[in-house]
Design a binder for this molecule. Sequence first.
Ligand code: ARG
Length: 412
Amino acid sequence: MKKQKIAVAYSGGLDTSVIVKWLQEKYDADVITVTGNLGQKKELVGVAEKAYKTGAKKVYIQDLSKEFVEEYIFPALKAGALYEHTYPMATALGRPLLAKALAEVAKREHCTAVAHGCTGKGNDQVRFEVSIMALAPELKVIAPLREWEFKSREEEIAYCEDRGIPVAATKASPYSIDENIWGTAIECGVLEDPMVEPPLDAYQRTVNPENAPNKPTYVAIEFKEGVPVGLNGKKMQSVALVEKLNAVAGANGIGRLDLVENRLVGIKSREVYEAPAAVTLHFAHRELERLTLDKEVAHFKAKIAHDYADLIYNGLWFSPLKNALDGFVNETQKNVSGIVKVRMYKGNLTVGGRNSLYSLYDKKLATYTIEDQYDHTAAEGFIKIYGLPLKTFNRVNKPKLLKVKKILKRKK
Ligand code: ARG
């Protein structure tokens, strides 16, 4: 009988290395590894050799960074999607794309199942599996970390040594880190105590704001229909632009976030993030929208941003709701073109200026000078009608006013 084939989302780390072997043994299966490059810097060196040495029958390594930035990150940016008003969701946005890559390989290779290395108490297992359910419902999903016998890192290392699987000799980081071009998530170790300030060694890609340059750095970010297209007057390709901003903002200590967040699986967790480009781009994009969006659209869009963030965080990327919301968001972005100059200084972002051909800011209406063209007399009638419901309400429900007893006499 032909062996069954299983495609595994493989990072080359300890867990996924154990998974490759464990699946071969437990399911007597041929294992195919799938590794996606989402613009992470560290992980991909030597991954293919490692996978083969661990017993993989076939190895896929795919550069997904352009698709990630253009089809996942930028839509989320246009929507203004920040989970719980803070987290730009590097990890949450990456999972559906990795799941898609895995499903594609699984179909091509006629696999019966896919497997991932997400833990049983995180959001990522949900994102992965719900994405597979949406894209390739016929595939079985195996989550070894939810079912295997290993209770510690040490046991996993012993298993690897026993079977001649290469394990990195580097000292284990005290943190659990997930990284891609949109940001780094850091958890575990001392960070599990929300009262503890993140130690300096927790941060991977940003300079401590205290050690950042003593002079501000200005970056002019150009947007076209809500999408960043250039820096400092130079048009740039999507991935290069985000990488460049990561470097510049990171060097200025921008993008450190410390968040107690509500996981989908019912836990509150403390997470530390570094997202220099993401924080900068959300900031700049929001500023450009302040200039170019009509008030009603802007206010309505802020509510949508909340829902859009929730659906990404909660693993519903491949859903009809996401597609419907994109329709709305894209309509709002038609005039979100222009330039925002941001000033980076020791971990802080401020606006150095903004400009757009579609700016709705009308100096003739806003000015207090002689140029003023605003119709002041119209305000009187407006206020009369606007305040009328309150006047009526309070005629019936007598308002309580402060009782002024007496006027205090000034002491002599
Ligand atoms: N809490 C974040 C999320 O659910 C990040 C999880 C990242 N994982 C990690 N190993 N640090 O999207």
